[in-house]
Design a protein around this ligand. Structure first.
Ligand code: F3S
Ligand code: F3S
Length: 106
């Protein structure tokens, strides 16, 4: 199962990292929650495939290190989610459905 598209209703915002909202539960290093709002990445699903970062036409994503996480030791932070043009390429390309993009979430 991929990222919950209703995470902003179903989860609590627990803080911010790198200027991006973080939605719990969070219990590092094993559990890191969902990062983002308009462009959201489920850090507990991301396996660091990198196709989203390499192919986003407006370079929304930045690598961050997540040592000790069971799925991967780095993740993509949607640091420039305000630049997203809703092309949905990242949503379609992610092999584990870790990304949700919703233009109504800002
Ligand atoms: Fe980039 Fe994904 Fe938006 S590929 S433009 S962050 S829909
Ligand atoms: Fe992670 Fe999926 Fe991107 S696995 S690095 S969110 S393509």
């Amino acid at each position: 199962m991929g990222i919950d598209p209703n995470f902003d209703s179903n989860r609590e915002k627990v803080g911010e990292e790198n200027g991006v909202d973080v939605w719990g539960p969070v219990d590092p290093p094993e559990k890191l929650g969902i990062h983002g709002m308009h462009v959201a990445v489920d850090y507990d699903l991301c396996v660091a495939d990198g196709a989203c970062l390499e192919n986003c036409p407006v370079d929304v994503f930045t690598w961050v290190d997540t040592p000790g996480h069971p799925e991967s030791e780095r993740k993509v932070e949607p640091t420039r989610e305000d630049q997203c043009i809703d092309c949905m390429l990242c949503v379609d390309i992610c092999p584990v459905d870790a990304i949700d993009v919703d233009g109504s979430r800002v």
